[in-house]
Ligand binder design. Sequence first.
Ligand SMILES: *[C@@H]1O[C@H](CO)[C@@H](O)[C@H](O)[C@H]1NC(C)=O
Ligand SMILES: *[C@@H]1O[C@H](CO)[C@@H](O)[C@H](O)[C@H]1NC(C)=O
Ligand SMILES: *[C@@H]1O[C@H](CO)[C@@H](O)[C@H](O)[C@H]1NC(C)=O
Ligand SMILES: [Cu+2]
Length: 356
Amino acid sequence: MEQTSTTRYTLITSSEGDSRSDLDTFATRRKTQVYQRASTVLFALVLLCLTGVVSWRYAASQGGGTSSACATPVTRREWRALTETEQLHYLDAVQCLRTQPSVIGMNHSLYDDFPYIHSKIGNYSHGTMDFLLWHRHFLHIYEIMLKEKCMYTGHATYWDWALDWEDLTQAPIWDSTHGFGGNGNTSAAKSVAYGHCVTSGPFAHLSALYYAGAAQKHCLSRGFLTDLEETRPIRNLISPQAVQQVLDEADFEGFYTRLEFKGHNAIPALVRGDFFEVTAPYDPVFFLHHGQLDRLWWMWQAADPDNRVRKLLGRKGAGGREDEELSRVLDFGDLAPGIAVEQILNTEAEVLCYVY
Ligand SMILES: *[C@@H]1O[C@H](CO)[C@@H](O)[C@H](O)[C@H]1NC(C)=O
Ligand SMILES: *[C@@H]1O[C@H](CO)[C@@H](O)[C@H](O)[C@H]1NC(C)=O
Ligand SMILES: *[C@@H]1O[C@H](CO)[C@@H](O)[C@H](O)[C@H]1NC(C)=O
Ligand SMILES: [Cu+2]
């Protein structure tokens, strides 16, 4: 069993490698290669022209050259791939959000803006085509706030829970020094959604103001399901095999539906506490969970960019209009300006400019 899962995981990472090279096809790397291969200046010029045509055609197919403004996308890395210094830097920046004023005019901190907006505005996106779209940009806004308001110089990071599926409670992400603290403390006060107050790590005793979309002051809550037999059916949804099955989905509708109802829902079901409800961004691990979901979407897109980056309508959308979907504007309330769907479909274009 263990053997199989290790093999499967290797399969996933190697397909990620293939995907990277697919996407790189259009990057400046191509020009570099052209220069290297040319034995004469003339030959180089001819090839450069051809490259220009290819780039131009790619730009045209992407709806107008947006990719050119993102010459070197940054790489978002998994939590355990960060150095300890980088981990502490990220944790410091997240804590700093609590010291910054709300940008939506509320009497609470910038940290509270995220669960608030997720519950009041982002709630609509769950169970719809906008699920991955809305959360991709929500995470991007979070990253910008970390950088602009809290002097964070790194990038968003993610939690590849498929590495921990055999016992999620042992994941390094819960470390109390180089992580987000662990399970709620059963000797401490009870809190929301079957959890107790988290008393370890940088977010110990964090005070949350909202729960499930309403005002309700409580301490940051976690209530891990720990019985490995009991959790097996849920853990099976985040195994490397399950991830591969989702990545094998042929169209966007099949992909986002499976991803939301398997991987996305499994984590709150196992962690419980704040993560359990629509105010889930109170648990800072929420943003690493969504980093992972966004990464899986990115991998799925990269496996067939021609058909998967801009084609949103699946089986149900047979009668819908793709151009209407692309120009639709996603709403983030007063947290950030709305953004057209087509601007965030390609992570390597102007607005986002990242890879995994
Ligand atoms: C803002 O919140 C603080 C702490 O929750 C409270 O003491 C204060 O009275 C509030 N101010 C206003 C204007 O509501
Ligand atoms: C989302 O939350 C808002 C504000 O609480 C509410 O008015 C709206 O009906 C909710 N939408 C959905 C789809 O649950
Ligand atoms: C758990 O809570 C108890 C009571 O508040 C406290 O004494 C203990 O140090 C806590 N344990 C951890 C690991 O934080
Ligand atoms: Cu959500």
